[in-house]
Design a protein around this ligand. Sequence first.
Ligand code: C2E
Ligand code: CA
Ligand code: CA
Ligand code: CA
Length: 279
Amino acid sequence: KESGRNTYHFFTPELDAKAQAKRAIERDLRKAVQSFDEFHVVYQPIVDIKTGQMKSAEALVRWHSAERGLVSPEQFIPLAERNHLIMPIGEWVLETACREIQDWSRQSQTPFRVSINLSSRQFREQNLPDVVKGVLDRTGFDPNQLSLEITETLMMENLDEALVMLHELKKMGVRLSIDDFGTGYSSLNYLKRFPLDTLKIDRMFVRDVTSNPEDAAMVAAILTMAQSLNLEVVGEGIETLEHNNFLREKGCQLGQGYYYSRPLRIEEFNLFAEKRELE
Ligand code: C2E
Ligand code: CA
Ligand code: CA
Ligand code: CA
């Protein structure tokens, strides 16, 4: 009892400090979302594991706050989800990525796919197909070149509504990926019901494939299952040649990770792509 009370007294001011810090970040974020001057999008190449050819890229948002420096999306996306800022941020990322990749595709005359992360809030609070359609209309981006990444939790949270929206997006020609696969709770049965094109194996499993037999077995099983469901697979978090070789041997088509490239700003991405073409 004694120590319980002590703990209580000890933690209260700290929790207050944490809550205050959070509120301060929220305030800055709200301000930043008025102009988007402090935001940009980076692109991480997704590569054909067999040929080394770049096939697409994942768009990842960056917030460079004047007061705080670079704030990780793992920090501000959950905040944005709680206070509704994820809607304007999500739409801004979608539009920026479509515009930048569209320009790039035109210049290099190669159609190119871009993958964009969606938050479950965007499903719950917006008519997502309308938002996506608006962006496609404004940018002229080919829906077949757009892939939307969703997570298992997103689908499980509001199954029926999510299904309706996903089917609407598919009808528009947009591709759908399931992100961070293996970290959620979806059963194979659900997986079958969603109109998916791509499955992304979470980097948590890839990390230890060469040292942990259970992770190796898990990745191999996911690949077999994906094959029978006719899904394209991206191995995430490929950091080493060993990761890459393991995934290639098990039949994984696409790879993403520091082994190939970090996420790049659009200018660096142009250079990276040019170099790749010459190789
Ligand atoms: P995610 O969708 O799983 O994105 C992959 C994350 O892994 C990125 O972190 C990327 O930089 C990192 N990564 C890539 N290759 C490697 C590797 O080889 N090793 C390791 N250790 N990490 C690697 P990032 O950019 O910090 O994003 C973190 C998460 O924030 C994303 O995870 C995603 O859930 C969320 N996020 C990022 N941008 C957006 C966005 O525009 N909208 C939404 N809703 N969420 C976003
Ligand atoms: Ca993702
Ligand atoms: Ca992921
Ligand atoms: Ca993740």
